[in-house]
Ligand binder design. Structure first.
Ligand SMILES: [Zn+2]
Length: 107
């Protein structure tokens, strides 16, 4: 599938009610091609009382969105950009490195 968005990335939302928003990826689901982004696609959910929330009730939480509806934001130049890929080393491991098409930053 080749999803290039990972947990901790900043992305810009391209469609839906949160179009134009930027947020941090809370979790990536590469097998499904989906991500959860902080503050994006909030849904209300009823929860039973538990340790953290002794009252129970309605909470807002992020729902998964298609990774194809989000674009990576380059951590260096801040452009929402399609990224290229190259083979390289990151943290001492051979891996696919993402390259910002705008500024050339590798991340
Ligand atoms: Zn860049």
């Amino acid at each position: 599938m080749g999803m290039s968005i990972k947990k901790g990335d900043t992305v810009k939302i391209l469609s839906g009610k949160d179009r134009g928003k930027q947020g941090t990826v809370l979790r990536a689901y590469p097998a499904e091609g989906k991500i959860k982004v902080e503050g994006v696609q909030m849904v209300k959910k009823a929860v039973r009382p538990n340790q953290q929330n002794q009252q129970g009730g309605i909470v807002s939480q992020e729902a998964k969105i298609d990774a194809s509806n989000a674009m990576l934001v380059c951590p260096k130049c801040g452009a929402a950009t399609r990224v290229g890929h190259k083979q390289g080393e990151l943290d001492g491991k051979r891996t696919k490195i993402r390259v910002c098409k705008k500024c050339g930053h590798e991340f």
